[in-house]
Design a binder for this molecule. Sequence first.
Ligand SMILES: *[C@@H]1O[C@H](CO)[C@@H](O)[C@H](O)[C@H]1NC(C)=O
Ligand SMILES: *[C@@H]1O[C@H](CO)[C@@H](O)[C@H](O)[C@H]1NC(C)=O
Ligand SMILES: *[C@@H]1O[C@H](CO)[C@@H](O)[C@H](O)[C@H]1NC(C)=O
Ligand SMILES: *[C@@H]1O[C@H](CO)[C@@H](O)[C@H](O)[C@H]1NC(C)=O
Ligand SMILES: *[C@@H]1O[C@H](CO)[C@@H](O)[C@H](O)[C@H]1NC(C)=O
Ligand SMILES: *[C@@H]1O[C@H](CO)[C@@H](O)[C@H](O)[C@H]1NC(C)=O
Ligand SMILES: *[C@@H]1O[C@H](CO)[C@@H](O)[C@H](O)[C@H]1NC(C)=O
Length: 346
Amino acid sequence: MSKLNPLHWSRKWQIIGGVGATVILVAVIVGAVEGTKSSDSTSYPDYTALNYTISERMNGTTFFDHFDYYTAADPSSGNVVYLSEEQSTYSNLTYAGSSSAILRVDDTSTGITNRNSVRITSKNQWDTGLFVFDIIHSPYGCGTWPAVWLSDPNNWPEHGEIDVIEAVEQGNKGNQMTLHTSKGCTMKTKREETGTVSGTNCWNSTNENEGCGVFGPKDTYGATLNENGGALYAMELRDAGIRMWWFDRDSIPSDLVASNDSSPDPSTWGTPVADFPSTDCDISSHFKNQSIIANIDLCGSWAGATSVYSTEYGCPGTCADLVKNNATAFENAYWEFGSFRVWTSF
Ligand SMILES: *[C@@H]1O[C@H](CO)[C@@H](O)[C@H](O)[C@H]1NC(C)=O
Ligand SMILES: *[C@@H]1O[C@H](CO)[C@@H](O)[C@H](O)[C@H]1NC(C)=O
Ligand SMILES: *[C@@H]1O[C@H](CO)[C@@H](O)[C@H](O)[C@H]1NC(C)=O
Ligand SMILES: *[C@@H]1O[C@H](CO)[C@@H](O)[C@H](O)[C@H]1NC(C)=O
Ligand SMILES: *[C@@H]1O[C@H](CO)[C@@H](O)[C@H](O)[C@H]1NC(C)=O
Ligand SMILES: *[C@@H]1O[C@H](CO)[C@@H](O)[C@H](O)[C@H]1NC(C)=O
Ligand SMILES: *[C@@H]1O[C@H](CO)[C@@H](O)[C@H](O)[C@H]1NC(C)=O
């Protein structure tokens, strides 16, 4: 689900809303036409290992120095106010210690329409690279819509959006990994991945900007993930394609342990959880100048939709009322990051 365009509705929401027949009919026709254009279903890109060197390490007490704080209105119409660096630090919504960094939602105030939260954007941008996110705690709970993702906010969707970690509400259905692009990027070809596909057209103007998504197993997000001590998420962005891996705390490859920045080799990590090959999507033209973004939205066009909030997840009352009246509902709405690291291969 894109976090940059206020107009997106999930396809599921539309179907529940009663206009599903039209959507399905259009999807079938578009699908048939797109299908005839697909390339040979057996072709597959060359993912031969690249030689990576460390480009940036974000950890410890200087973690937030690598980011700008986004303070404009929420593009996804959520019930949040994104605080500045000064305000976030003062109210301790962002806090960087020697071993981890916290980014959280206000869980003490009541009687407010929009709850204080934080959205940070990395100062550096990358066209390609290997991005590794050490997540100790993932935010979850009714009304929440957290994400760790990459995009070029000034050039969306032309420069693409890569959602690496994203979930809503209790976050108990598995991590959702999604691409959003301009026209001409589909995933209807051979893929090598363990996750479950939820959409194959990445173009923002199809399926109400649902994007092309892949779900990981249930324990890749939320309370279960946190009880297991969190996990490492790796995302490789290169001309051949975009791939993502997920490693629980007990099975981190030796070339990704926190003390080792030397030269990770994804070809030794096994089948990725998500694979977005370049076969029917020119990755180098659709993805450019990506900043790393981390935020916690509340309600908004995805988590606030009645069909999602109430019907799908069984959350109480309305999302807006929960944000306004129940501060303790947001006690688990925080990210704890061990580190973010980026390698490049020039
Ligand atoms: C990576 O480095 C090794 C050793 O220097 C070299 O043999 C190999 O060709 C390089 N791989 C790529 C993709 O550049
Ligand atoms: C700020 O948050 C951190 C992490 O949760 C905590 O260790 C610290 O005590 C808090 N500081 C204050 C002044 O509340
Ligand atoms: C933080 O990075 C430094 C190197 O810049 C490293 O020595 C240290 O182990 C890192 N700490 C963690 C928790 O990753
Ligand atoms: C790269 O991204 C930044 C942040 O969105 C933007 O300000 C800048 O103009 C972009 N540069 C290019 C060359 O697209
Ligand atoms: C898709 O992106 C185009 C710009 O290329 C924009 O005009 C349009 O509103 C977007 N549509 C959706 C549903 O996000
Ligand atoms: C660090 O990673 C390199 C490969 O990138 C590997 O050869 C080495 O064994 C790792 N070191 C440790 C201490 O795990
Ligand atoms: C506030 O939310 C929490 C967690 O969802 C719930 O357990 C509690 O009953 C709620 N409190 C009220 C007064 O609704």
